[in-house]
Design a protein around this ligand. Structure first.
Ligand code: SAM
Length: 254
């Protein structure tokens, strides 16, 4: 339902909520069941027309949620407005809820672990990939917040489609740990199980000693000898694709 005082609600909730900036982020968050207490647009008719065209399944929900605000007000609420000039605040899932999803067994799709990632754009791209492949979740170790606004922007609102949490190496969910590393065995000879924990190293220094110590298997993505490594997000893409193409349960998961 449209918030009775959308601007007041925005100011009250902004600090503790997840900013969904733009139509696609809002659409995905609605589809995957995010709690959305307030949504604002500069042009209600244009946003609903976009929904009619691109996402009729969320049109009625948006119709009920959207509050139209003057453009200067909108700009005061949203620091770097997306061209679609619609934004919303969503409730961040609790750590307990994410931990429950990550711990749930039997696991039907892998968990992706980013070990001390540095680049917010990579983290967002990986969350989008994990959502697309129906992965159980994305866990980060280290200091990067996987719910940072830039990561959420990169993830196109798909944080709500998979469990996203920051954990220590000791808190990783159960399951065989597959360490992705150019020195590993060729992934083409490996079938990744649905309960795999797929661990990827940092852009700067690869996998940490702590994660290396947890690895049960080492696998490499095919690469010409003169090339040292792939980008982190593209490595995750290839690995999840390999899982799905070699019989991963995702065939039935989405
Ligand atoms: C940009 S790379 C890290 C490069 C880093 N300079 C290093 O010393 O390893 C980021 C991560 O992507 C994964 N990766 C990149 N290329 C890979 C390959 N050919 N095989 C397996 N994993 C790869 C690894 O998990 C790696 O730690």
């Amino acid at each position: 339902m449209t918030a009775p005082d959308p601007v007041g609600a925005w100011h009250r909730l902004a600090e503790t909520s997840v900013l969904l900036d733009g139509f696609h982020a809002l659409k995905h968050a609605v589809r995957f069941g995010a709690g959305i207490p307030v949504a604002v647009t500069v042009d209600r008719g244009a946003t609903l027309a976009l929904a009619d065209e691109l996402a009729p399944d969320v049109r009625d929900t948006l119709d009920a949620l959207l509050a139209e605000v003057p453009e200067p007000t909108y700009r005061s609420l949203v620091p770097r407005p997306h061209p679609t000039t619609v934004a919303a605040l969503a409730v961040r899932p609790s750590r307990a809820a994410n931990l429950e999803k990550l711990a749930h067994t039997p696991r039907t799709a892998p968990v992706v672990v980013l070990d001390n990632p540095r680049n917010l754009g990579n983290a967002g791209a990986v969350i989008r990939l994990a959502a697309g492949f129906g992965a159980t979740g994305v866990v980060t170790t280290g200091t990067l917040d996987p719910w940072h606004p830039t990561v959420v922007r990169g993830g196109a609102g798909l944080h709500f489609a998979t469990a996203v949490e920051r954990l220590t190496v000791d808190e990783l969910p159960s399951g065989p740990v597959f360490a992705l590393d150019p020195e590993g065995d060729d992934i083409r000879g490996t079938k990744l199980p649905d309960d795999a924990v797929l661990a990827f190293g940092s852009e700067r220094s690869g996998l940490s000693a702590g994660l290396r110590a947890r690895a049960d298997h080492w696998v490499a993505l095919p690469m010409r000898p003169q090339v040292s490594s792939y980008n982190l997000a593209t490595s995750v893409a290839m690995t999840l694709y390999h899982w799905s193409a070699t019989g991963g349960a995702s065939a039935g998961a989405y």
